[in-house]
Design a protein around this ligand. Structure first.
Ligand SMILES: NC(=O)c1ccc[n+]([C@@H]2O[C@H](COP(=O)([O-])OP(=O)(O)OC[C@H]3O[C@@H](n4cnc5c(N)ncnc54)[C@H](O)[C@@H]3O)[C@@H](O)[C@H]2O)c1
Length: 260
């Protein structure tokens, strides 16, 4: 893993599970100090305890990032604890299902709130914090389905495409401050979220569902399987650290070939 995040401080949203948790682990293994921010404070605490029990390189922060004041507090507490901010990984996300005829003002405000506004709010406060120490890197997690159509995900896919536009616009606005902004587009990834949903829908155990999904291969990707969260996190690590120093405004497909 090397020391690619040595001396760096990162904030990972949605760090309490799935791709966010895998990102926290990689950043930690790469020598970074990390604020694990999640609406589910217990999940964030559990991640910190499982990776760095008794250590001082991780901190859990409970915050609902759809509230601008909470996003400001999360960034503020990170800087207060670790003294600076070098990387922001906007990983938190939610889904709603169904065609646009099923959408309601409530479902729109829920999904836009997390998938778009939380990204914007965290970035708003991360930019000046990063600029104070000469720059940094923002990595927004979008989705392969931001650019590949499918059924029943209209609202989700729309928010994920909006994140790509936001990424490019932010890259233009903040390049002169030394801040790079990129997006990662995962394909189907084996997170507990998906496993639990399948288990509940089929009335089987989580262990059975997980085994099935590993074998399933999913229908879309050329590589005929789902990603492990860590395979997505490697791309986030690359974009967060200095190895990607000439990369900004990019959309990085980590989708097993789904989008080709
Ligand atoms: N898993 C996949 O197949 C897949 C595919 C493409 C894109 N993605 C994207 O990757 C990201 C992570 O997905 P995942 O599967 O790991 O999801 P997950 O549901 O396992 O984890 C998301 C985390 O975000 C947190 N969160 C939700 N709303 C929040 C809020 N308002 N404030 C703070 N935290 C909040 C949740 O508590 C949870 O811990 C999401 O943006 C998702 O859209 C996932």
């Amino acid at each position: 893993m090397g020391e690619r995040m040595a001396g760096k401080v990162a904030l990972v949203t949605g760090g309490g599970g799935g791709i966010g948790e895998a990102t926290v682990r990689l950043f930690y293994e790469a020598g970074g100090r990390v604020a694990v921010v999640d609406r589910d404070g217990e999940a964030a605490d559990a991640v910190v305890k499982s990776i760095d029990p008794g250590g001082d390189r991780l901190v859990a922060i409970s915050a609902d990032l759809t509230d601008e004041a909470e996003a400001k507090r999360a960034v503020g507490e990170t800087v207060e604890r670790f003294g600076r901010l070098d990387a922001l990984a906007n990983v938190a996300g939610v889904r709603v299902w169904g065609p646009i005829t099923d959408a309601t003002p409530e479902s729109w405000s829920f999904i836009v709130g997390v998938n778009l506004l939380a990204v914007a709010y965290c970035s708003k406060f991360a930019v000046p914090a990063m600029a104070r120490t000469g720059g940094g890197s923002i990595v927004n997690v979008s989705s392969a389905n931001a650019i590949v159509g499918r059924k029943n995900m209209a609202q989700y896919d729309a928010t994920k495409n909006a994140v790509l536009a936001l990424t490019r616009a932010m890259a233009c606005d903040h390049a002169e401050q030394g801040i790079r902004v990129n997006a990662v587009c995962p394909g189907p990834t084996l997170t507990m979220y998906h496993v639990r949903r399948r288990a509940a829908a089929r009335g089987i155990s989580v262990e059975q569902a997980e085994a099935e999904m590993r074998a399933d291969g999913a229908s879309g990707p050329l590589l005929k399987r789902m990603a492990e969260p860590r395979e997505i996190a490697y791309a986030i690590l690359y974009l967060a650290c200095d190895e990607s120093s000439y990369v900004t405004g990019a959309t990085f497909m980590i989708d097993g070939g789904l989008s080709v």
